[in-house]
Design a protein around this ligand. Structure first.
Ligand code: PGA
Length: 243
């Protein structure tokens, strides 16, 4: 397991092709490290690969191969040179009805294809208010990781992303993040006797990154909106990876 912290950018479908060009110009020469991963809109992936960035895909198909119009398989993603894939993101869960079984299939396909799955889990605001956060984390993790071997578990990164913190400019307290990250790590350790990396995501930005980066059990960050603005993304990288 690598010790260095990782920053993963999730650019969703925010940018136009011209904005991607500008973004690439602005970050050139500043983030060539394997500890910074960019997950562009799928269509733009080749631009980032061409510039030798470490690139991830925002989603893959739950099936290996076949008649699945519009999808990309884990194997195809691997062949083009992708090293990471987001899976279980709350936007996929809520807008595309992805459940834990689908997420579990995707994780297994990714592992088979040698891609690191970045599994997103986190509570909704309703679950938080009902004090169900840890219960939700536990049941989602157990279902999503069903039949993943203890050898493979070490390859997975878990992103703790409270659903209510995504794109809202609201984040949990530092103590809440620390406690939920510790809970995830302990759970995996209990089940698999292995240590895994857990990162935090949800409204990470240049103004809160120094504070977030001081939480000592967090292994990095998943950044949405701020990863689409070169200046903001570079500031986050500066604090987390370059220091
Ligand atoms: P955000 O998104 O940083 O814009 O809140 C995070 C994510 O969706 O992974």
């Amino acid at each position: 397991m690598e010790n260095k912290k990782i920053v993963i950018g999730n650019q969703k479908i925010y940018m136009s092709v011209n904005e991607v060009g500008e973004f690439l110009k602005e970050i050139t020469g500043k983030v060539l490290t394997s500890n910074v991963v960019i997950c562009p809109t799928t269509l733009y992936i080749p631009y980032f690969l061409k510039h030798r960035y470490s690139v991830g895909i925002q989603n893959v198909c739950e099936y290996d191969v076949g008649q699945y119009t519009g999808e990309v398989s884990a194997q195809q993603a691997s062949e083009i040179g992708l090293k990471y894939a987001l899976v279980g993101h709350s936007e996929r869960r809520s807008y595309y009805n992805e459940d834990n079984d689908v997420i579990n299939s995707k994780i297994k396909n990714l592992l088979k294809a040698n891609i690191i799955p970045v599994l997103c889990v986190g509570e909704t605001s309703e679950e938080k208010n009902l004090f169900k956060t840890k219960k939700v984390l536990k049941s989602d993790l157990i279902s999503c990781l069903n039949k993943v071997s203890s050898e493979d578990i070490e390859k997975i990164i878990i992103a703790y992303e409270p659903v209510w913190a995504i794109g809202t400019k609201r984040i949990p307290t530092m103590a809440e993040i620390k406690s939920n990250v510790a809970y995830i790590k302990d759970l995996i350790k209990q089940i698999y006797k292995k240590e895994i990396r857990v990162i935090y995501g949800g409204s990470v930005n240049p103004n809160n990154i120094e504070k977030l980066n001081r939480i000592d059990n967090v292994d990095g960050f998943l950044v949405g909106g701020s990863s689409t603005k070169a200046e903001e993304f570079l500031k986050i990288i500066e604090v987390v990876v370059n220091q």
